[in-house]
Design a protein around this ligand. Sequence first.
Ligand SMILES: *[C@@H]1O[C@H](CO)[C@@H](O)[C@H](O)[C@H]1NC(C)=O
Ligand SMILES: *[C@@H]1O[C@H](CO)[C@@H](O)[C@H](O)[C@H]1NC(C)=O
Length: 169
Amino acid sequence: MIKCLLLTILVISPISICAKKDLMINECHNTQVPSICMQCLESDPTSVQANPVGIAGIILQCLDAHLHIIINNITDLSSKKDEGEVKTALEVCKKDLSMNVATNLSEAKRSLKTGDYDKVNHLIELALGFPLQCLFKLKLVKFMSPQLSSQINIYGQLSDAAMRIIDRF
Ligand SMILES: *[C@@H]1O[C@H](CO)[C@@H](O)[C@H](O)[C@H]1NC(C)=O
Ligand SMILES: *[C@@H]1O[C@H](CO)[C@@H](O)[C@H](O)[C@H]1NC(C)=O
């Protein structure tokens, strides 16, 4: 804030950039996971110009990107397993994520564009159920991958951030 004020005294143009950066910080501050939220927004150069709906859209893109990391991780883990209950569970997870979650997230993006915000949140929540179920299924067959758990955890936190931002529309 102080930095923004100093900059505005020196030159006029950064005013709007600083105000927008404040919007990002403010939107993320209202989530439970401000640092993951900011990390996502900072990965997209258009977020400084985005309004709150645009910010929600960028978080949806981060969810998509994360989904792909998770699917790749699962593919990688599955390729190293012999046939058996662990491989089967990993393959079920992969199918759920690449079909159900991907479908629900693209529907969420469409609903964000049409302004059906309740539907967006419903879809984000629905989509999140699949990776969480996946962790549960893997636990049942006693398969542990700290890396996969941590990626799914980040996915969950991004989902939470998106839902909280959208809740305020
Ligand atoms: C999971 O994906 C991340 C990011 O792409 C990568 O760094 C990591 O090595 C992957 N882990 C597994 C087990 O595939
Ligand atoms: C979520 O995805 C599943 C699987 O593709 C689909 O059957 C379901 O209709 C989707 N839910 C909504 C609300 O679009």
